[in-house]
Design a protein around this ligand. Structure first.
Ligand SMILES: Cc1cc2nc3c(=O)[nH]c(=O)nc-3n(C[C@H](O)[C@H](O)[C@H](O)COP(=O)(O)OP(=O)(O)OC[C@H]3O[C@@H](n4cnc5c(N)ncnc54)[C@H](O)[C@@H]3O)c2cc1C
Length: 357
């Protein structure tokens, strides 16, 4: 049987993917970018990329993969390598414009139809400078998922991250186990810059209702750890950057601290710890590496949703394969780990199916 992968783009007119220009951008926020990007998009003949017919009632599938994101796209691809399996990949979003592959302009695609457009709930203690004090929560809604929005920073993480996963009761997820998957997909450069990678504050999601079409409520709870250690760690990072900035290599370029106070923080002495705490709580930068909402762990762990084979505890024939299974924040950006999860999950599924009676 011929190898094939059926792709069904739901809810969208697949023949006019790039022609719905008027709602591509939130006009309030992105008017300037809209004109140029649209001109570029319209100059390309990229329609009709996917013309598969929707499956008929009679067709059956061995696997249905929901979501073609960093992990899901890999799973669909790897499972479709078996010529005897029919794989259906369901994706609610569109084909992303090729311009999403230019990292320097990726932020432009937030607030567009390539983004689910979530907003976190209003909470105290952070995002004082956000509109209505609510944080935008970008998440890709496209073929490729959040890779349509991300900055393409490629980081593997620290071996200890994965050894911790294993120590939490997840055999097969130690560094020695996941390393071959990283090696399989690595050919990129690595960029590093200071981030709070192991925050002590943690947030949660809550379902609004039983209706699956209603978006969940997001409670990030940034900077809420009782000892205020997250803020202190961030300020230590700022001091370290200032130290690096004073070195001759940077001074050759006359690099200097930007001294205009952050609006809302003028009451604090500039460059004091109190000033930087106010700045962090006002701007609250994040790189959107949320994990662990469907945490992987043994059945005895009350927070665990899936086991180490990524099967949902207590439910048959359902697995979760994406960043939500990552049990702890890692010392890295999470896209490459998500791809690794997709690769490893594909091997797990193939193994389980090959061993079926
Ligand atoms: C703005 C931004 C920048 C980032 N930059 C980086 C970076 O530079 N480097 C890095 O390593 N990480 C980065 N990340 C994080 C990383 O890109 C994501 O964590 C990762 O892509 C998530 O992969 P995933 O497989 O878990 O889910 P996603 O890639 O989000 O895929 C989920 C897919 O499922 C689809 N879907 C959801 N519900 C349904 C449904 N009901 N039916 C059908 N389809 C559905 C969605 O449309 C989406 O396509 C960034 C994240 C953001 C938001």
């Amino acid at each position: 049987m011929e190898r094939w992968l059926r792709l069904l783009v739901l809810y969208t007119n697949i023949f006019s993917i790039y022609s719905v220009d008027n709602d591509l951008f939130d006009t309030q926020n992105k008017t300037n970018q809209r004109v140029n990007i649209h001109e570029l998009i319209n100059s390309l003949d990229v329609r009709n990329l996917y013309q598969d017919e929707p499956p008929t009632k009679e067709e059956t599938f061995d696997f249905i993969v929901v979501g073609s994101g960093s992990a899901g796209a890999v799973v669909a691809n790897r499972l479709s390598e078996n010529p005897n399996w029919n794989v259906l990949l369901l994706e609610v979003g569109d084909v992303a414009t090729p311009f999403t592959e230019i990292p320097v302009i990726s932020a432009v695609f937030q607030y567009t139809k390539l983004d689910w457009g979530y907003t976190a709930e209003r909470e105290e203690g952070y995002c004082w400078g956000c509109p209505n004090r609510r944080m935008h929560w970008p998440r890709g809604r496209a073929l490729g998922g959040t890779t349509a929005l991300n900055y393409m920073i490629h980081v593997r993480g620290n071996p200890l991250d994965y050894d911790r996963w294993e120590a939490m009761g997840n055999p097969g997820w130690g560094y020695k186990d996941v390393l071959p998957y990283f090696k399989k997909l690595e050919d990129a450069h690595i960029k590093v810059y200071p981030m709070l990678v192991h925050p002590k504050s943690y947030g949660y999601l809550r379902l609004k209702s039983k209706n699956p079409f209603q978006w969940p409520l997001f409670y990030p709870r940034y900077f809420t750890d009782p000892g205020n250690d997250d803020i202190k760690t961030f300020i230590a990072a700022i001091r370290e950057i200032q130290r690096i900035n004073r070195q001759p290599a940077f001074q050759r370029f006359r690099s200097e601290l930007y001294t205009k106070p952050i609006p809302g923080c003028e009451q604090h002495a500039f460059n004091s710890d109190a000033y930087w705490e106010c700045a962090l709580r006002t701007i609250t930068p994040t790189l959107h590496h949320q994990v662990a909402t469907c945490k992987m762990g043994p059945s005895g762990d009350p927070e665990a949703v899936v086991d180490n084979r990524l099967k949902v505890h207590g439910i048959r024939r359902l697995r979760v394969v994406d960043t939500s299974i990552i049990p702890l924040p890692i010392s890295a950006h999470v896209n490459i780990p998500a791809v690794m999860v997709g690769e490893k999950a594909s091997d797990i599924i193939k193994e389980d199916w090959t061993m079926r009676p």
